[in-house]
Design a protein around this ligand. Structure first.
Ligand SMILES: [Fe+2]
Length: 370
């Protein structure tokens, strides 16, 4: 995967060069869209289906640094027969042999707590699960947030736009006539940017929910990779080499990029140190936990050593198409993934100017441990 060397500051080693990535351009600052066109529609496109989910960038409200909290991992106590989740009439089909599933005949909003526990466990095993024909987007936003809060304290993204009054919703929005694809490909050859979400936090997200509001007729799929399988694919000797290593994950560059693009920083950027290999609390699986968007360097390594090892891991993840799945969106789709044991990438492949509007609820989980 291509990457550019640029000068960075903040959490990087002093005077160092850091690998940065195409992902930095994404949903961290106001994108160019017409509020009027989104609300009323145009000759080319209908109005936004969920106008109360259109993003606003609230410059005034600032948030205090996040405090540690005790995460309860619901997947741990879940019934592994999944009987409260996969009831008669539901259907689970694997997306690939190594990662991902698609489920029909389950309404997420109807799950009781036992069903939600099993959802957390199933997603930890499958890594990403697409639920079709959901009524989730039709819930009042506060009810959707209450539903997500079961899985952990809801994260407020430091730079993203959110629906007015609901900062815990992270929005991925491109309005009618959006030209980001054309702009990106003036200077880049592809839009793939593997990452796990907000890994710079001390307690990054676990079971995470993304739901479709408006989707282009084609394009805008999301790629996922199984980071536990990517770990297991390495030789025992190499895995051993990774054990005990820690890396710095930084939000500083994202904040700088947001400000440079006219965006906001509503909580001061942080950096955290996480193990390169982490263990999932419900499954006991070990998984790689580095990503080119937020991981900066390996603690205690010299720059060339750190860059070389991280580049190998990023290439390994990006090239492992046999450990990846491509999730296709449709109206009513809700995608639940485990951010601890996956990485993902958006695909910016439609140049039709069609609206793409997706919301994320981001429960935080435990501080990663090996
Ligand atoms: Fe993401």
């Amino acid at each position: 995967m291509s990457a550019t060397l640029v000068e960075t500051s903040s959490a990087s080693q002093p005077g160092s060069l850091t690998l940065t990535h195409v992902g930095a351009y994404k949903e961290i600052a106001p994108t160019s869209f017409s509020e009027d066109d989104e609300r009323k529609g145009t000759e080319r496109a209908p109005p936004a289906s969920y106008p109360h989910y259109l993003p606003v960038w609230d410059e005034k409200t600032k948030y205090e640094p996040l405090k540690p909290f005790e995460h309860v991992e619901h997947g741990k106590d879940a019934d592994p027969t999944f009987q409260d989740l996969l009831k008669p009439g539901s259907k689970l089909a694997d997306l690939t042999a190594s990662i991902g599933a698609e489920i029909t005949g389950v309404q997420l909003t109807s799950l009781d707590n036992a069903g939600k526990d099993q959802l957390a466990l199933l997603v930890a095993h499958k890594k990403v699960v697409a639920f079709r024909d959901q009524d989730f987007a039709k819930l009042p936003i506060h009810k959707a947030l209450d539903w997500g809060r079961y899985f952990g304290r809801l994260h407020i993204h430091p730079t993203s736009g959110a629906p007015a009054g609901y900062p815990e919703v992270h929005l991925v929005h491109r309005g009618i006539g959006d030209t980001s694809a054309q702009e990106l490909f003036q200077t880049r050859t592809n839009s793939v940017a593997w990452h796990s979400d907000v890994t710079y936090e001390n307690q990054p997200p676990g079971t995470t929910i993304l739901y479709a509001l408006d989707i282009p007729p084609s394009g805008g799929d999301t790629l996922f990779v199984n980071m536990a399988a990517a770990y297991r694919r390495l030789s025992p000797a190499f895995r051993e080499r990774l054990h005990g290593l820690k890396a710095v994950h930084s939000a500083h560059e994202q904040a700088e990029s947001a400000l440079a693009r006219g965006g906001i920083v509503r909580r001061e950027p942080v950096s955290s140190i996480h193990p390169i290999v982490r263990t999932h609390p419900a499954t006991g699986e070990k998984a790689l936990f580095v990503n080119s968007q937020f991981t900066r360097y390996i603690v205690g390594y010299k720059k060339e050593e750190s860059d070389a090892l991280l580049k190998f891991l990023y290439d390994h993840i990006a090239l492992s198409q046999d450990l990846q799945a491509r999730v296709k969106w449709a109206p009513g789709t809700v995608v639940v993934w485990d951010n601890r044991v996956t990485a993902h990438s958006a695909i910016l492949d439609w140049e039709t100017g069609a609206r793409r509007h997706i919301a994320r609820i981001t429960p935080q989980a435990e501080h990663p441990t090996e």
